[in-house]
Write a protein that binds this ligand. Structure first.
Ligand code: NAD
Length: 498
């Protein structure tokens, strides 16, 4: 049932064919408010269920999604244009995340006792993580189920109801997801979808929900944050990136080139943790570049079964991609694969750029297309230094023959996630947190941190017996204070030596 009070709708289009995939209502402010009010009732019911009951229902939601995997993947394929197997993979990853969140919520968030310490030794101390209430999820189009599931699955498992505003490019995916949840959990509208454009997202941000989980571009994140500030609504912001890929002198070059080309070109480069810059150590630069260009030249965009990747989903992004390529070439860069002529609406053929200055837009800004810049560096240290020279900090990749060296570089990479000798592996591990630093956002989805992101810690102390000395009473004496000060000096006044 649509609750849009304005009788307006919008269409989602297949970006490859221009065909209408679906028509959806535009939820205005009043319709969003009504939806949030319903979610509040659902949240109370869901929050009162015990862990076992919630887990059972979420596992049934997972079952419904798994049984409808092909239907969901077909819809993702139609709305984003990405190849069907990529869409299937996206659903598979979403299923594994939902499964992990459902199975681990109690362990991570359930009540536990903590040691009270000397000054409260007569208390039993309990820590538990309670649901926030209603979580508003605002999602992007590039991974229309995987990305929001990182918030939706974990927020539900933490005991919240969710109102989801899918991207205007992929509303159908959101609607189907809510339908599948309703099939598994018919009792209450636990996951509701508000379709629409930017203003619908803005209405959700201002609606007084208990948290907003936003995934999208940095500029929109700033608007969402400003809207949330009106009600002091906390947010988790998952934004863009300009991820670097480091190839060390002893790296397996064949594997590195294979991973780099996938990381840069799959999904038409429209991946927040996609590879955008490659830094290659001098001694292996030519050999690596040769392998990379050979692989990139073999890739074809399209919509059929033979396509390696699909069209650019959001038409406006084509201009950004073209501008970055042009800027790179005008400023001394070389296109070793493709060039400005590679932008052929709605597709972009693979583009590999070298000798691109560090301050050009192709190196500084998120391109979000099947393009890559390759840079020659003296050694891995220089690679890391240049990789870190960005205002973003989402993820990164290191290919190296030495595990200890790679681990050292990974720790010093300014990013929320780093994969060694593979690309974007962290995204497939539900137990690992996902999120960025700097302009890539803050807060975490996935893993235990992702569950805690959607819960509020609750601290409870219960006095089990009274102590002879009560320091928080007006009956406290000077002698009591002197005794405690002596004890504290004994316990904490030491000067520690190595
Ligand atoms: P976008 O910022 O244009 O839109 C994201 C969502 O915000 C959409 O649902 C949109 O309708 C909504 N929106 C627009 N204006 C709004 C407003 N004023 N208030 C509230 N909501 C508003 O981003 P996009 O083009 O959909 O997605 C691409 C971006 O997302 C890229 O930068 C990509 O790197 C990033 N991304 C990040 C992650 C991550 O996990 N870090 C994952 C996927 C995509």
């Amino acid at each position: 049932m649509s609750v849009a009070t304005e009788r307006t709708t919008f269409a989602s289009l297949n970006p490859a064919t221009g065909e209408v995939v679906g028509e959806h209502p535009i939820y205005d402010e009043a319709a969003v408010a009504e939806t949030v009010a319903r979610a509040r009732r659902a949240a109370r019911w869901w929050g009162d269920l015990d862990w076992k009951e919630r887990r059972l229902r979420l596992l049934n939601f997972k079952g419904a999604l798994t049984r409808n995997l092909d239907r969901m993947a077909q819809l993702i394929h139609d709305e984003t244009g990405k190849p069907l197997p990529d869409a299937q993979l996206e659903v598979v990853l979403s299923i594994t995340h939902l499964d992990w969140a459902a199975r681990n919520a109690r362990k991570v968030l359930g009540p536990r006792t903590v040691f009270p310490g000397m000054t409260a030794v007569n208390h039993k101390c309990t820590l538990e993580y309670q649901p926030l209430g209603v979580v508003g999820v605002i999602g992007p189009w590039n991974y229309p189920i995987f990305t929001p599931m990182g918030s939706i699955g974990y927020a539900l498992a933490a005991g919240n109801a969710v109102v989801f505003k899918p991207s205007e490019f992929t509303p159908g995916v959101g609607v189907l997801l809510a339908e599948l949840l309703a099939e598994a959990v018919p009792e209450q509208p636990l996951l509701q979808v508000v379709t629409g454009l930017g203003p619908t997202g803005a209405a959700l941000a201002r609606s007084g929900v208990d948290k907003i989980a936003f995934t999208g571009s940095g500029p929109t994140a700033k608007k969402v944050m400003a809207a949330c500030a009106e009600n002091l609504t906390p947010i988790v912001a998952e934004c863009g990136g300009k991820d670097a890929f480091i190839v060390d002198a002893d790296a397996d070059l064949e594997a590195a080139a294979d991973a780099a080309v996938w990381g840069a070109m799959s999904n038409s480069g429209q991946t927040c943790v996609g590879v955008e810059r490659i830094y290659v150590v001098d001694g292996v630069y030519e050999e690596f570049l040769g392998k990379l260009t050979e692989k990139a030249k073999g890739l074809r965009p399209g919509f059929g079964d033979e396509a390696h990747y699909g069209p650019v989903t959001m038409p406006g992004q084509l201009d950004v991609i073209e501008r970055h390529i042009k800027d790179a070439l005008e400023r001394g860069g070389r296109a070793v694969v493709g060039g400005t002529e590679s932008v052929r609406k709605p597709y972009v053929e693979p583009v590999v750029l070298t000798d691109v200055p560090d301050d050009s837009s192709a190196v500084c800004e998120e391109t979000f297309g099947p393009t890559i810049t390759v840079h020659r560096v003296k050694d891995a240290e220089e690679a890391l230094e240049r990789a870190n020279q960005t205002s973003y900090g989402l993820a990164g990749t290191i290919f190296s023959g030495s595990a200890s060296r790679a681990m050292d570089l990974a720790r010093r990479m300014r990013s929320g996630m780093t994969s060694i000798n593979a690309v974007i592996a962290f995204a497939s591990v539900p137990a690992l947190p996902f999120g960025g630093v700097g302009e890539s956002g803050f807060g975490r989805i996935h893993g235990a941190d992702g569950l805690r992101e959607f819960a509020r810690p609750k601290a409870i102390t219960r006095q089990r017996f009274a102590l002879p000395t009560n320091l928080t009473s007006f009956s406290r004496t000077d002698k009591d204070m002197a005794r405690i000060l002596k004890l504290v000096t004994m316990l904490h006044g030491k000067n520690y030596k190595r």
